[in-house]
Design a protein around this ligand. Structure first.
Ligand SMILES: Cc1cc2nc3c(=O)[nH]c(=O)nc-3n(C[C@H](O)[C@H](O)[C@H](O)COP(=O)(O)OP(=O)(O)OC[C@H]3O[C@@H](n4cnc5c(N)ncnc54)[C@H](O)[C@@H]3O)c2cc1C
Length: 230
């Protein structure tokens, strides 16, 4: 939880930057008052920090599996430490697929890092909702990448992070390919306040996102996900 004095506190995932391992790193998208204030900070300004809280990605299930990572927008930030765990061989999946969707080419996070990660062996597919004159890549929804992706469904573990509707449809696309719903994990986003399971702001069915999540298993939360169509 990052706190901007006089503004408020928001949940921001710990990120990772291989070029700066001495500091905690965060990637913040300006979405409202707090995140905007975070992006306006100057070197030397002070922020409050609490945590880490909750349950992260189940990294102990990755070895020997095909690891499928699906991210939307700023959802790539919480996935980045997973990529580094793979690249630094802290975990040893058979193959690692990253399917990443952004609204438009300008919204692609870590655009200068993606080619490096691809060169180091991560199979990366990037897609945008709307192209521009310079974009020659794929256009569409990230879910459309699942049918062609190179993974063995029965031996796959999948981590998803992005807008809830994107995660819901991505999870169903993976299930349609034969991935078991108890091997698909979603990082849920709810407005957190106390972050220690007391205030109830982030209650999600029987779970508190701050304490029992944010990473939760698809088969256990499927019925509670938004039902909005895309
Ligand atoms: C576990 C977790 C990890 C996260 N990690 C990150 C991260 O690494 N980086 C990051 O940038 N974000 C992250 N977030 C998201 C971040 O915590 C939220 O976006 C947070 O709400 C930002 O606070 P804010 O005050 O800036 O925006 P808010 O005011 O809370 O606004 C957030 C969104 O809600 C909309 N909104 C606000 N008020 C209204 C309203 N009245 N009606 C309709 N829409 C409204 C805004 O337009 C905006 O899209 C994470 C969230 C969780 C739960």
């Amino acid at each position: 939880m990052l706190y901007v004095f006089g503004v408020g506190e928001a949940a921001i995932s710990c990120c990772y930057d291989e070029a700066d391992t001495d500091h905690l790193n965060f990637t913040v998208r300006s979405a409202g008052a707090i995140s905007n204030a975070l992006t306006q900070l100057k070197p030397g300004d002070m922020v409050g920090i609490r945590g880490p809280f909750g349950q992260g990605w189940p990294m102990d299930g990755v070895d020997g599996c095909d690891l499928v990572l699906m991210a939307g927008g700023v959802g790539l930030a919480p996935i980045r430490p997973v990529l580094h765990a793979v690249l630094e061989q802290q975990v040893q999946p058979v193959r690692t697929q990253l399917m990443y969707g952004a609204r438009d080419p300008g919204d692609i996070l870590y655009a200068n890092k993606l080619p490096d990660w691809a060169q180091l062996g991560i199979d990366i597919q990037t897609i945008v909702d709307r192209s521009d004159a310079k974009w020659s890549g794929q256009v569409g929804l990230v879910t459309s990448l699942v049918t062609q992706a190179d993974f063995e469904p029965k031996n796959t573990i999948a981590f998803l992070c992005g807008p809830e509707v994107m995660m819901r449809f991505s999870a169903y696309a993976l299930v349609d390919r034969g991935v078991s719903s108890d091997r698909i994990w979603l990082s849920m986003e709810r407005n957190m306040k106390c972050a220690i399971g007391h205030c109830g702001h982030c209650q999600f069915g029987k779970d508190f996102i701050c304490r029992d999540g944010p990473v939760l298993r698809f088969d256990q939360i499927q019925s509670q996900l938004v039902t909005r169509e895309i």
